[in-house]
Design a binder for this molecule. Structure first.
Ligand code: ADP
Length: 518
């Protein structure tokens, strides 16, 4: 079988060898093993279930959440000469019936299905007539409340699989799962003693950077103009921003398109095509754009604003360099952007528990933007892969300025937070350290605290910046909720006692001195 798998890879796809993980996943599936595979975006998930589907008798069912993704995959398979079809709400009634009819006659090797379809009585009776050798579940993190894209329809999967007469092996795929989410996926899908694969989160062809305190518009214009032959994506948080940024680039004569949920299907399809075929070299888009786009030569992904969580960031940034060539991922970060994301969470439909999870994810994303350590390592560790060396080329690794000791400053900040007893946020603590005469400060009597005015020569913003750094380093913790408060972690105590030093990049420390002396 292993030999046949490789033959199929060569014959159907024209590739010479399997990528890391692929052949182990495939042989597990051919041996009827339940599987949970966490492969990064662009890692080559599809091959892992498409090859078994071609080799096994019957029709493999692929559950996938996005309609555009299904169509792309099915078109691609048909081009490769593999009979495949999909069932989702985009089909008209006659086509739908025809696909169902063909499916019941075993015409397809793969049938892509939207999760909402599974629950219908029609689909139950269809699956009873089918021979299903394998069920592949794409974007499996959608089944987990702890994931970043929970979809209630995924919760029906386990029930449907359980009702199948001969339960086939189940393969769950995702690009983004922390260890916690991975466990939850296995439980929620009812996987039986699954083979678990976690491979290659470190996309070493990506150069990550975080850029703060810059004129974003100018930065973006320069960046795009300096790369006249390159294709790139700019992600914005809102439709309005997508419109504005697109307009701005277009005024410079750049061939740019836009993609967001406010456009109609035709406009979106048109934008996608133009981008795919390099008629437009830049795409400005909200997160509506992307799942399933497989454009290999995207050379950069710029985030105009931070997304709400590290999973989304890495997934979106990971659309650069799918061909393995060197590519750049830039996050433009401004502290106020955190508020936009908080607003989106507050306004969202999640229940309180879900909102708390989202807020925690948002804070982790914020820490990413603040950390002074290797950015790639930060992300990869977040996904549970431990032993990955520093990338040597992200904006933090390239920041050659030495680490300097900032223990004294850190102790001042920490002791002020300690005195506020976890009842206030970072901005209040910064005001106390600054020695602000604001009414609230005086009303609370904070001008009588021993830490009042201890960092008088700093700007409030720089004090807050230092505190966010201390959060990123694990000395401070920010609570969830509408009014986040800041408090000390256990790690802070040795620093306060003077037994552990705190270091920071000289560049960050120096920036503070420049602004405060000016
Ligand atoms: P994802 O894991 O993001 O779903 P895909 O399955 O779309 O990734 O694969 C990403 C790209 O890598 C596709 O262009 C695919 O054809 C290509 N690919 C997959 N497996 C191999 C392989 N063994 N050798 C070369 N290219 C591969």
């Amino acid at each position: 079988m292993q030999h046949e798998a490789l033959q199929t890879l060569k014959r159907v796809y024209g590739y010479d060898s399997f990528r890391k993980g692929q052949s182990d996943i495939i042989s597990g599936l051919l041996g009827s093993k339940d599987t949970l595979a966490i492969l990064p975006t662009g890692g080559g998930k599809s091959v892992c279930y498409q090859i078994p589907a071609m080799l096994l008798p019957g029709t493999t069912i692929v559950v996938s959440p996005l309609i555009s993704l299904m169509k792309d995959q099915v078109d691609a398979l048909n081009r490769l000469g593999v009979p495949a079809a999909y069932l989702n709400s985009s089909l008209d009634a006659a086509t739908y019936r025809e696909v169902v009819r063909q499916t019941s006659q075993g015409a397809y090797k793969l049938l892509y299905v939207a999760p909402e379809r599974l629950d219908s009585g029609m689909f139950e009776s269809l699956s009873a007539q089918m021979h299903i050798p394998l069920i592949a579940i794409d974007e499996a993190h959608c089944v987990s409340q702890w994931g970043h894209d929970f979809r209630p329809s995924y919760r029906q999967l386990a029930g449907w699989i359980g009702r199948l007469e001969n339960r086939p092996p189940v393969a769950a795929f995702t690009a983004t799962a922390t260890p916690e989410v991975a466990q939850d996926i296995a439980a929620m899908l009812g996987l039986h003693d699954p083979n678990i694969f976690i491979t290659g989160f470190a996309r070493t062809n990506l150069t990550l950077s975080v850029v703060t305190g810059t004129d974003k518009r100018k930065f973006l214009r320069d960046f795009v103009q300096q790369r006249p032959d390159q294709s790139g994506i700019v992600y914005t948080a809102t439709r309005k921003e997508a419109e504005e940024v697109c307009e701005d680039l277009s005024r410079l004569g750049i061939a740019v398109g836009k993609y967001h949920g406010g456009l109609n299907d035709e406009e979106r399809a048109d934008a996608q095509e133009r981008f795919r075929f390099d008629e437009n070299r830049v795409m400005v888009a909200t997160n509506a754009f992307g799942m399933g786009i497989d454009k290999p030569n995207v050379r950069y992904v710029i985030h105009w604003q931070m997304p709400g969580d590290v999973e989304s960031y890495y997934q979106e940034a990971g659309r650069a360099g799918r061909d393995g060539e060197e590519s750049e991922c830039v996050l433009l970060f401004e502290p106020q952007d955190v508020q936009v994301q908080r607003f989106l969470i507050d306004r969202g439909t999640g229940d309180p528990e879900r909102k708390t999870i989202q807020l925690n994810k948002l804070y982790t994303m914020m820490h990413y933007s603040r950390t002074e350590k290797c950015l790639l390592q930060y992300i990869v560790r977040y996904f549970g892969e431990a032993d990955v060396p520093e990338c040597g080329k992200c904006s933090n690794c390239l920041d050659v300025s030495a680490m300097v000791e900032v223990t004294e400053d850190a102790r001042k900040a920490l002791s002020c937070v300690g005195r506020l007893k976890g009842r206030f946020g970072i901005s209040m603590a910064a005001k106390v350290l600054k020695g602000s005469r604001e009414k609230r400060i005086l009303e609370f009597g904070f001008d009588r605290l021993s830490t009042y005015g201890l960092m008088r020569q700093w700007t409030e913003r720089d004090i807050a910046d230092l505190m966010y750094y201390l959060v990123a380093e694990g000395y401070l913790r920010i609570s969830e909720g509408e009014y986040p408060t800041v408090s000390l972690t256990a790690e802070a105590l040795p620093v306060l006692e003077g037994s552990v030093p705190v270091h920071r990049r000289q560049s960050a420390a120096a920036k503070r001195r420049e602004t405060s002396s000016s």
